[in-house]
Design a protein around this ligand. Structure first.
Ligand code: NAD
Length: 354
């Protein structure tokens, strides 16, 4: 494995720890990018990587992403991420999770973990048995912050789409605005329902065609094939499934004025942000528009840590700030000629003192 400090993705991370526990077979990496604003927060991924260097790259890149996301969400949290290196054909065991939890606890609150790809709610509940530094745990009661982040993420995206429509199309209402939506899962499904309630015209798509069709029937929407959704002629393309869809080919196919959706890491390479801008397409930076979930799980964590009451209205209040943040980015982009993704990165870097 290449030394991590020579990795292209190494960005003055404050701490990178390789955790080995021979007894359970655990190998994990915990990366803290920045604790300038607070403890490094970000989920744990359980994934089989072809090479250990791929795991290191993921931990470095994703922890930096969390610094930016938490900063732009106005949260008192830094950026961190953990990856557990799964061996091919070896299952996750309670002993591995226990050893991982002990490693998180040893960091004494510098890193706060949560669920991510390959880690279930039950896994995190097991981790939380051995360390208090866990966010996004299930909560009881409808008025509490926390729990499933999907609906909160969807709310932020819905508000962000409305802001983009106002900014780019000069319309105060979403009624009749045509949104082509990729991915109708937890986030995409929630966004579609909120848009439909306000009278938007929807074209829905999912690789699980049955899922998109069922939702379309419920909402009176149209559907498109998964490989056709990016070329649908529409006002807004809303990606809520995969990352890296905004590449040379994807951008060339778009027939819309706005890209605004919740999928993480939509822009494939740095040149693709400016490429969208050159085509006159307004882009809502993904980690700014999709912060509703992280806002909810973080407030739940902070309230639990501080033994303070925390109600859902505080979460909604903070999610309602997402449109303003996006407008600030778009205005700065228009003023400076720098694409919105790069404006967002610069703002985030400034917030974390870089
Ligand atoms: P999900 O698994 O509930 O839904 C994803 C949906 O996308 C599924 O229905 C799946 O069939 C579909 N899909 C996968 N590949 C597709 C393709 N090529 N074309 C069309 N549809 C496809 O996941 P989710 O929680 O809704 O997350 C969606 C995206 O939002 C992911 O990129 C995730 O990282 C991001 N995100 C989620 C949250 C959250 O709170 N859940 C927060 C921030 C970002």
């Amino acid at each position: 494995m290449t030394a991590f400090w020579t990795e292209a993705d190494f960005d003055d991370h404050e701490l990178v720890e390789v955790v080995r526990d021979a007894k359970s077979g655990l190998t994990a990496i915990i990366a803290l990018h920045s604790t300038h604003l607070g403890p490094g927060a970000g989920g744990t991924r359980f994934w089989h990587y072809a090479e250990p260097a791929d795991a290191m790259r993921d931990a470095l890149r994703l922890s930096r992403g969390m610094s930016y996301k938490n900063a732009m969400a106005g949260l008192p949290m830094g950026g961190g991420k953990a990856v557990i290196l799964a061996k091919k054909d070896t299952a996750k065991t309670p002993e591995m999770l226990a050893a991982f939890a002990d490693a998180v606890e040893r960091l004494n609150g510098q890193y706060v973990t949560a669920e991510d790809v390959g880690i279930s709610e039950a896994d995190m509940a097991a981790v939380a048995q051995r360390t208090q530094y866990v966010s996004g745990l299930p909560v009881e009661g409808e008025d509490a912050a926390g729990g499933d982040p999907g609906p909160f993420t969807a709310l932020g995206i819905f508000l962000g789409i409305k802001a983009a429509v106002r900014y780019k199309l000069g319309k105060d209402s979403i009624e009749g605005v045509h949104v082509a939506l990729q991915g109708t899962g937890s986030v995409g499904g929630g966004v579609a329902r909120l848009l439909a309630r306000d009278g938007a015209r929807l074209t829905l798509s999912d690789i699980d065609a049955g899922r998109a069709e069922a939702l379309a029937a419920e909402l009176g929407a149209e559907t498109a094939a998964a490989d056709a959704i990016m070329s649908v002629s529409c006002d807004v393309f809303s990606p809520n499934a995969l990352g890296a869809i905004l590449d040379d080919e994807g951008i060339a196919r778009l027939d819309c004025q706005i890209v605004a959706g919740g999928a993480n890491n939509q822009i494939k390479r740095p040149e693709h942000g400016p490429m969208l801008a050159e085509r006159g397409i307004l882009y809502a930076p993904d980690y700014v528009i999709n912060a509703g979930g992280i806002i909810s799980v973080t407030l739940e964590y902070l309230c639990r840590r501080d033994k303070a009451p925390c109600d859902i209205n505080e979460v909604r209040k903070r999610i309602a700030l997402i449109p303003g943040r996006l407008e600030q980015i778009w205005q700065e982009s228009d003023r400076s000629g720098v694409s919105p993704d790069q404006v967002a990165d610069r703002m985030a870097q400034e917030l974390i003192g870089r």
